[in-house]
Design a binder for this molecule. Sequence first.
Ligand code: NAD
Length: 427
Amino acid sequence: MTAAEPTTESEIEEEESAVETARRQLERAAAHLDVDEGIVERLRHPTSVYRVTIPLERDDGTREMFTGYRAHHDSVRGPYKGGLRYHPAVNEEECVGLSMWMTWKCAVMDLPFGGAKGGVVVDPKELSSDEKERLTRRFAEELRPVIGPKTDIPAPDMGTDPKTMAWFMDAYSMQEGETEPGVVTGKPPVIGGSYGREKAPGRSVGIITEQAIDYYDWDVTDTTVAVQGFGSVGANAARYLDDLGASIVAVSDIDGAIYDPDGFDTNDVEDHDETPGMVSGYADAQSLSNEELLELDVDVLIPAAIGNVLTGENARRVQADMIVEGANGPTTSTAGQIFEERDIPVIPDILANAGGVTVSYFEWLQDINRRSWRLERVHEELQTEMLRAWGCVRDEYDARDITWRDAAYIVALERIAEAHDARGLWP
Ligand code: NAD
């Protein structure tokens, strides 16, 4: 690998908003396709955005108002689908941008869904469990006119979990007068959740990394991997690749990273949820910072913690030969351009971590049919869907001189545009 080149000032960029990123990616894909400009213009905007206020009675008897959103982007291929996050930084623009990403993600996986995203502007750590339950039930009630198993199916996201989805589903069902498990996904299996849902995004990152390693004719047992964020996505991806024989040489959590050039036994290191602080506190390894982990000379780098960690500032110092995005949006557009110039393939989030929404789709099918699938079936069908999506993206990549990200967006946009074309515009 060549030594790091100096960073130019023009590479120090402003953080791009989710909606700006989503629009820019739409335009890049549209430039490669003969798509009606009217359809592209439609896709630049959400269909609708709902803003609700949620009164919450706190445990001390006082009342507080919270703001919630649900953005619907496009439903030409089926009901809206996307997460609900509880976070102080939730805002309308972010929900719109993330709903657009969900449209592309569902389309690249060929799932019969469109994109949605929503959330409440709240710090969930400041709520007791009872307060979180009351907030969730009232939020479900406020959103009831615009959600439903055939119209919009929320899922867990930052700050929400299977328990939140259970309350949400119960609140919705109580008012409908019948149990409607299909109104949300990511529920506990005992009330219609799917086995394998929680591990699915990390598993899909592992499956796609395995395909990419094979595409470049590398030997998985000679491949070194660094994973930023040893949480749900990162730990499951690392363990999948470890089982294949790859050498996981570095992992991190929010407090720092650990490095062992001989590779870790990933089952020996517990993830952040299993034991907070275990990763950065792991005794038999060299400590690094998260920034150093991103710049290690490894074959595969998997950023699986948060967004915007690969930027114009550090992209020239990255020494990995391939990047597979486990987190949503870890690569800024400036970093993306630098990796393109440097011929470092970046396998995009909308393909790599799409196992989550894919198993959500399986959950929805199980709920509609009132029949649960065995874990082995979930794994088999996830593998099939991931390989199918990989094949479509790889064919576009091979056919055109483009990045993996553009290839994935082209696959998605082609499907969405064809569906718009076939359905036409009403009235
Ligand atoms: P998680 O909370 O289980 O794990 C996140 C990990 O990243 C933890 O180890 C945490 O300590 C670490 N981390 C947090 N902030 C960090 C920081 N500033 N620097 C370095 N490390 C940090 O979360 P997750 O569910 O694994 O999600 C990770 C990413 O994957 C997010 O971008 C999320 O949007 C995306 N994603 C998650 C799912 C899912 O269903 N879990 C699906 C698709 C995409």
